[in-house]
Design a protein around this ligand. Sequence first.
Ligand code: FEO
Ligand code: CA
Ligand code: CA
Length: 633
Amino acid sequence: MSLLEENQSTDLENMVGLSRRGFISAGALCGAAMFLGGNLLSRSVLADSVSAGASKLLGFASIPAATIDAITLPPGYKSSVLISWGQPLHKDGPAFDPKGNGTAAQQELQFGDNNDGMSLFEFPGEKDRALMAINNEYTNYRYLYPHGGMPQSADDVHKALACEGVSVIEIQRQNGQWSFVQGSRYNRRIHGNAPIQLSGPAAGHALMKTSADPDGKTVLGTFQNCANGMTPWGTYLTCEENFTDCFGSNNAEQKFDAAQKRYGVVVASKEINWHQHDERFDLAKNPNELNRHGWIVEIDPFDPQSTPVKRTALGRFKHENAALTETADGHVVVYMGDDERGEFIYKFVSRDKINHKNSKANRDLLDHGTLYVARFDAGDGNADHPKGHGEWIELTHGKNGIDASSGFADQAEVLIHARLAASVVKATRMDRPEWIVVSPQDGQVYCTLTNNVKRGEEGQPIGGPNPREKNVYGQILRWRTDRDDHASKTFAWDLFVVAGNPGVHAGTPKAGSSNVNTQNMFNSPDGLSFDKGGRLWIQTDGDSSNTGDYAGMGNNQMLCADPVTGEIRRFMVGPVGCEVTGIAFSPDQKTVFVGIQHPGENGGSTFPEHLPNGKPRSSVMAIMREDGGVVGA
Ligand code: FEO
Ligand code: CA
Ligand code: CA
């Protein structure tokens, strides 16, 4: 059943409390409040100018957009910092040096930079103690080094690598408040120089061998760790995204092959020049090093001595996150997006079944299985709420035209060059797939398609789940598997929301679908999570200029949706220049942990400490209700 039927759009407008016409005047009010208040927009102003809406699932009032350098929340909520970039993980560990003089070795003992996806792991039987595994995606050179520019030495590269990867930390709750436990024996960094095992069909393949690792089975480092996943057997999955940016060539005339081009390799990336100082990243010398990144890495947070494992059966691309669920007969399913304009959505189904009684028996479950890629039909073309059908196409050597004749010698090559294999079977080119989540209520799968200014160009036709030319706002796609079984090869899809700006544009293509209004509008949906109550949380990584197409949207934000009625309310606004990304709930749902990444990316922020001339620091926030109730309820 499709939950947002066409004839519900009028009902929806009524449910959110104002008609589209009404939103315009509310938006004007909002704009006036922002103008009068400037950067000092107060919480009481926010509370006065909102409409309650009708969803029984959403227990807070939507807040207006904001442009201040702080976290803005609905009345009755508060936030505190759980941990920030550079905080020492161990007893007597090196303190954060705001001047940037700290060494790589010191950074390896500190919380990493630019925190992104994260998961919370409960200690059995202990309600006030947990572990968190948190991705550290990349770093900001303007704040990392005293010189504030691109790396200038091998030491600089080493320090950048030390900022990335994953941080595992213990947290505890006292008097209702969660805090970071410095010195816990579980605290750990898995950074860009850490030894990691390769496993699955591509491990040991000729394309994975380098002079430093002639066996092709051990790689140094995980970096560009975007979002995450959590297995039913208690391990963490970290997803390597923009890995190709870390590579370049000291040969300015270097020619790249089709696979390297397809993964986006260039001689010199605009932002990362590691190859100039560390030959591991120089494709003229180490072309195969590139193949050892772009994977999903499995980590056991409860064993600080364990070696993380790159699971090659899940395919190599610019991984966003990993959404795990189960087939009707007990096989694990992993849904995954490849975040690049025109790239694909994948799913992996394990060969073996999950053993729910013995978690160690699942240790190699992600090494054997079948990878699929999604193909969507053109849908019904409805402007407000398109829907249609789709299918999963198997990416197995010897099937569907994937063989030597199309350039694949074996299954390892299919996985290493998953993008090329998916193109052979004519998968649907999407508007940058970001996070995917599976509803705990009804098993429907949601995927953010963040934006795609190239939609409409050759090879990226307009239509189906990608309905808009030069799509600057993004949309959230949803599908329901046939027979409600994630093993099913077919599904029905619809768009849950088409983001837009009804304050600037009229008409669905740019104003957004009927569940978007001037009080909840946003651009570039990215992070997604369901809480136990079935609320869908949406985080944004968009244009926060608050002008032009984005006027009135303010800073990046977190919204909350009722998946049944389609109503969306703005719950939180982040500080200046940040991306809001990464979300995890305490088991009792009374705290939500939210990542604030790169505040002040282009200056203008001292979040969260607000010291005079202080540096902004990426941080994980703990957000609670002042009355200690369930967040969002
Ligand atoms: Fe790291 Fe696609 O976001
Ligand atoms: Ca993201
Ligand atoms: Ca993004």
